[in-house]
Design a protein around this ligand. Structure first.
Ligand code: NAP
Length: 496
């Protein structure tokens, strides 16, 4: 089934490379054209791009010839990572020529007829598209944009607060990574042993873009949210991941536990629609006193989540916390791709409906009695980790087998007892079933695979279920772990 033919403008830069990386094997989008500046035009992509976002450049693009950023490229959808000094007219030319443009650049963010989109926050703003086409005389093409890299993570955490408690004032101080300045970015002699307390134009973006994103679409226009934001932006010497210290004044006075709860429970359209790039949890809350940290937390949910920590009272505004987000993944290319996936799911960009259905990440359906048994096992075993195996047949769970944990230190890890494992596998074989999943518990930490869990993963096709007892209510999450490289993909769990 054909995928949507996709071009990348400024494909050689820091954000452009992320597009190339994220679109490798994308279920709906296929890269058919790459474009960049005159310096790169005519070269093979492998010679034009100084590849630095992952170990290997995807094979499919290596020999593509880099094109000029002009309409006529062989594609329907265009992702733009153009610098803002050139993006405006180029993106308009593509839209006028019939291309759908999903942009990272700031040029059109404030156009009243252009959605400034975060799919979990303001999907209704897509309603601006028909009038954009009408007003500009564009029959087929149109432009949507994502926000600034710090804004996206700030707004993802402000949205549930706004919805649950009302939002009045926000004070945010950012510590922004080097890759936010593109490649090669800030000179090493400026940033080594230093923090630069200025990033041109950034504070204004943080103070204004959230007002549109959190605004209300009344069917014709977006009415900006009535919020005041003050921002300090700093460049620091981390490689990826912007950290933001945020204080907020709310209309209501919830407890800290209630604030944490709305963060944890926050979900939106991408999760309901199971979009391919959607994080299962758009906000991940860390309980440790010294998290989130860029090095450890920027890749949460494949870099698509905002990671919150240190939620506490603020003596001036009421509440304060830290939020961390990957700047070139959810903060740039990942966002633009998720935006385009929403366009497909909402019918603004056509793709074979069967492909949409077939390739949306499907939820794991967990029978309620199995979920209860996993939780009961975890509670009986706490504070030690417990483990077991789920058998399945034709994608349905048929039986839960408890196993002993043979790890040397079962408080911090698990190891299926080899005798139990053999006995269980023989029984599964005898029934003609297969291994549906392996479950274990995290009595005091979140339900996310630890580095040891990833290193020990053995079954590529089975789910790894983790039950956490760290919060008031037990949480069960499910993952598949690629045993050849350790890539972790989460699957939504539906208990029924
Ligand atoms: P970058 O690493 O400096 O890359 C710049 C890219 O733009 C290169 O591909 C370059 O091509 C191309 N380019 C430069 N001048 C051009 C021209 N006149 N015509 C066509 N292409 C041209 O920058 P970046 O960090 O990827 O940022 C790209 C855009 O994304 C900017 O608008 C930025 O504000 C936005 N953004 C960046 C981040 C981030 O974290 N980095 C986050 C959100 C948004 P050559 O290689 O051929 O020179």
């Amino acid at each position: 089934m054909p995928k949507i033919r996709t071009g990348i403008l400024a494909a050689t830069g820091a954000v452009g490379q992320r597009f190339v990386q994220l679109l490798e094997n994308h279920p709906w989008f296929e890269i058919t054209a790459v474009a960049a500046s005159d310096n790169s035009v005519g070269k093979r992509y492998k010679d034009a791009a100084r590849w630095f976002v992952s170990p290997d450049m995807p094979e499919a693009v290596r020999d593509m010839i880099v094109l000029p950023c002009e309409p006529g490229m062989d594609c329907d959808l265009v992702f733009s990572a153009l610098p803002s000094d050139v993006a405006g007219p180029i993106e308009e030319a593509f839209a006028a020529a019939g291309h759908v443009v999903s942009s990272n650049a700031n040029n059109h963010r404030w156009d009243p007829d252009v959605p400034l989109l975060i799919p979990e926050v303001n999907p209704t703003h897509l309603g601006l598209i028909p009038q954009q086409r009408l007003r500009r005389g564009w029959e087929k093409g149109y432009i949507i944009t994502n926000g600034n890299c710090s804004t996206i993570h700030l707004v993802l955490v402000l949205k549930p607060l706004q919805d649950a408690f009302g939002l009045k004032k926000v004070l945010v101080t950012t510590m922004q990574a080097l890759s936010g300045a593109g490649y090669p970015g800030v000179p090493s002699l400026d940033i080594t042993d230093n923090i630069i307390p200025f990033i041109g134009g950034e504070e204004k973006k943080l103070e204004t873009e959230p007002l549109k994103m959190l605004g209300h679409f009344d069917g014709e226009k977006v009415i900006n949210a009535d919020i005041v934001i003050s921002a300090h932006c700093n460049r620091v010497g981390t490689r990826d991941g912007h950290l933001e210290a945020v204080s907020v004044e709310l209309v209501e006075q919830p407890t800290i536990e209630e604030v944490i709860q709305v963060f944890r429970e926050f979900k939106g359209e991408p999760q309901a629609l199971n979009l391919p790039s959607a994080p299962v949890y758009p906000i991940v809350v860390r309980d440790e006193p010294d998290r989130p940290q860029p090095r450890f937390d920027r890749d949460a949910e494949r870099g698509m989540a905002s990671v919150v920590g240190r939620v506490r009272k603020d003596p001036i505004l009421g509440y304060k916390f830290l939020v961390l987000g990957h700047n070139t993944l959810r903060g740039a290319a990942g966002s633009a791709i998720l935006n385009a996936e929403l366009l497909v799911a909402k019918g603004y960009l056509s793709l074979d409906p069967d492909l949409v259905k077939a390739q949306t990440r499907t939820a794991l359906h967990l029978p309620a009695h199995i979920a209860q048994e996993i939780v009961a096992h975890a509670r009986e075993g706490a504070p030690q980790e417990i483990c077991g195996i789920l058998a399945g047949h034709n994608g349905t769970i048929t039986r839960l087998y408890r196993a002993r944990n043979a790890a040397e230190n079962p408080i911090v890890t698990y190891n299926l007892d080899p005798h139990d494992q053999l006995r269980i596998l023989q029984d599964i074989d005898a029934h003609g079933w297969d291994i549906f999943g392996i479950y274990h518990s995290h009595p005091a930490s979140p339900a996310h695979p630890s580095p040891t869990d990833v290193a020990q993963a053995y079954y590529n096709d089975s789910y790894y279920l983790i039950v956490s007892l760290a919060q008031k209510e037990p949480v069960i999450r499910a993952f598949k772990i690629n045993t050849n490289g350790g890539q972790v993909t989460e699957y939504p769990v539906v208990v029924e």
